[in-house]
Every structure is written in structure tokens, then in C-alpha cells.
Design a protein around this ligand. Structure first.
Ligand code: FAD
Length: 115
């Protein structure tokens, strides 16, 4: 099966991504690792008409402690969480159990939460 027709915007900055998503409203979806969204689109369980690809936006892959909270960037992959020194122990301990190395190298923690 193939997905329904859709368009893609490759955002280069966070501002560009947010503006495009605001413009698109319910028609737009973020494309992060694509590990859940693409299979759903192929099965036509999801059929967004426009994807905003955030993978080229710099500095979205950080995992850091900020004022006692764990801050996880939208492009922090499951594999990054496994490796991160500062990751909350529970999150870091769970990450290696997600799927397999190929999926962990693409899939993001934020994508999992959003999904
Ligand atoms: C073979 C296979 C096995 C898997 N096994 C497991 C498993 O054992 N455990 C597990 O937890 N998961 C598993 N997954 C899912 C995997 O963890 C995905 O990576 C994850 O669910 C989604 O992350 P993603 O970055 O790929 O998101 P995408 O597929 O890109 O996006 C998923 C959804 O979230 C939205 N989204 C993504 N990022 C954002 C954002 N920053 N802001 C707003 N919305 C956003 C997208 O628009 C979409 O609706 C598996 C996937 C596969 C293909």
C-alpha cells in the first residue's frame, strides 16, 4: 500500500517550522524520525496532507538539565537518550528497550510522546 498524496516542507529553522505549522493548522504534521508516522501513512491510518520535516533544524537534539528539569530536544533520538550522561535514569534505562538499533537511531523521544 502507498500513502495518499502529501507535500513536505523541509524547515531550516524552528521559527520557519512553527510558522508553517501554524499556517497549516490541522492539515500539517511534524515529521521527526518518521518511525511511527510513515508506517501509519503507508497503511493510510494517517493521511496528513502536509508534513513539516524538522530534521534539518540545528540544535534540536540536546538533552540537558535546566533548573532541575530534564530538557529533551525534539530531535533527540532514542539512541541519544541511551548515551546521554544527564538523562533521567528511568528514561535512560527505558530507552534501550525501545525497538531495535535502526529504529532507535531515527525515532525520537518527543515523537514517541506526541504519538
Ligand atoms: C519496528 C518498530 C518497532 C518499534 N518498537 C517500539 C517499542 O518497542 N517501544 C516504543 O516505545 N516505540 C516503538 N516504536 C516507535 C518508535 O519509538 C518511534 O520512533 C516513535 O514512536 C515516534 O518517534 P518518531 O521520531 O519516529 O516520530 P514520527 O514518526 O516522526 O512522528 C510520530 C507522531 O508524532 C508527531 N510528532 C513527532 N515529533 C513531534 C514534535 N516535536 N512535536 C509535535 N508532534 C510531533 C508526528 O507528527 C506524528 O504524528 C517502534 C517503531 C518501529 C518502526
Amino acid at each position: 500500500m502507498y500513502p495518499a498524496a502529501f507535500e513536505v516542507t523541509k524547515a531550516r529553522t524552528l521559527e520557519e517550522a512553527l510558522a508553517k505549522l501554524a499556517d497549516l493548522g490541522d492539515d500539517g504534521r511534524v515529521l521527526a524520525g518518521g518511525q511511527s508516522l510513515i508506517p501509519m501513512m503507508k497503511l493510510r491510518v494517517a493521511a496528513p496532507t502536509h508534513l513539516v520535516d524538522i530534521n534539518e533544524i540545528p540544535d534540536l537534539d540536546g538533552i540537558k538539565q535546566v533548573n532541575g528539569h530534564l530538557s529533551v530536544g525534539a530531535l533527540a533520538r532514542h539512541a541519544d537518550v541511551v548515551r546521554a550522561d544527564v538523562a533521567n535514569h528511568t528514561v535512560a534505562a527505558a530507552a534501550p528497550w525501545v525497538a531495535d538499533p535502526v529504529v532507535r537511531n531515527r525515532g525520537t523521544l518527543c515523537g514517541s510522546v506526541a504519538h
